[in-house]
Design a binder for this molecule. Structure first.
Ligand code: R2B
Ligand code: URA
Length: 311
């Protein structure tokens, strides 16, 4: 019979739900250029506790450098090798228990990455993993630079669901995120007291232009009033920001039993405009905010677990 310890360990593992995987001699994580036969995944990744994902490879490298500094784990030679150097699809960096992975733009891109990331964490037998998406977004009625911790990821009709077509049928998946984790992240931001942070719903769309009610795409058959009416309805439904990956991120993390959160900075207030015309340095400083917040969270978690080991 399984002991209580075994049961607890099992529930904190990263779960896959695919009987076919058991019959495969080797699992090739093609878009990472990694595999179960070619790499010792438990040795490479078994100690991972925090996974941060974000759109751009450049930003995810900047994040690993920043978090390494916060945790006092800097590489003296400043070498943070890209673990996925053999492919240009995604970039991956690791320092201590922190893994940083890029996911590109949009649901299809992040979904491919997450299938392989979840299998990687499963094969590596990681336990008690937290996954956080750090990204950018358009705000609704918020000053640019505000950080939004997602309460619920909603679709274009403001419903908390993600629809995946499987064998031609639409399967509806829940986009629930870990509320305790969201509140812990909000508390970290209050302690930091460096920028405004709110908790609210995040609308996840399939497109940056018409899908987000912009008036500046190559095509647009609606008016400024139509746009404002739609964004007002979104706001009434509790939507604070709009981005393009949170729904499938939330759905897949929930299926694998991993605690997950979404932390996005707003780059502009969509009630005031559509074009991103803030200077590059300002955009860069905004993009650092989710990194600062999440690094603080990781630092706090690690010091709490170190203290509990001492007692
Ligand atoms: C935020 O920014 C990207 C679009 O510019 C997209 O990946 C997202 O979710
Ligand atoms: N990312 C988005 O998806 N939308 C914005 O308006 C800004 C960043």
């Amino acid at each position: 019979m399984a002991s209580n310890d075994d049961k607890q360990k099992c529930s904190s593992l990263v779960h896959v739900h695919n009987p076919h995987l058991d019959n495969m001699k080797d699992d090739i994580l093609y878009h990472f250029n990694l595999g179960t036969s070619s790499h010792n995944l438990p040795a490479m990744f078994g100690d991972v506790k925090f996974v941060c994902v974000g759109g751009s490879p450049w930003r995810m490298k900047a994040f690993i450098e920043y978090v390494a500094g916060v945790l006092g784990l800097e590489d003296p030679k400043s070498e943070y090798p890209n673990i996925c150097a053999g492919t240009d699809r995604y970039a991956m960096y690791k320092i201590g228990p922190v893994l940083s992975v890029s996911h590109g733009m949009g649901i299809p891109s992040i979904s491919i990455m997450l299938h392989e990331l979840i299998k990687l964490l499963h094969h590596a037998r990681c336990t008690d993993v937290v996954i956080i998406r750090i990204g950018t977004s358009g705000g609704i009625g918020l000053e640019a630079g505000t950080v939004v911790v997602t309460k619920q990821s909603v679709d274009s009709n403001f419903l908390p669901k993600f629809e995946q077509v499987i064998l031609g049928r639409t399967v509806v998946r829940s986009t629930d995120l870990d509320q305790t984790l969201a509140e812990e992240l909000l508390r970290c931001s209050e302690e930091l007291n460096r920028f405004d942070t709110v908790i609210g719903n995040t609308m996840c769309t399939m497109d940056f232009y018409e899908g987000q009610a912009r008036l500046d795409g190559a095509f647009c058959a609606y008016t400024e009033k139509d746009k404002q009416d739609y964004l007002a309805k979104a706001s009434e439904a509790g939507v604070c920001n709009i981005e393009m990956e949170s729904s499938v991120f939330a759905a897949m993390c929930k299926l694998s039993g991993v605690r997950a959160a979404v932390v996005c900075v707003t780059l502009l207030d969509r009630l005031k405009g559509d074009q991103l015309n803030v200077p590059h340095e300002v955009l860069n400083s905004y993009q650092q905010r989710p990194q600062i917040l999440v690094s603080r969270f990781i630092q706090k978690q690690l010091s709490t677990s170190a203290k509990s080991l001492l007692h």
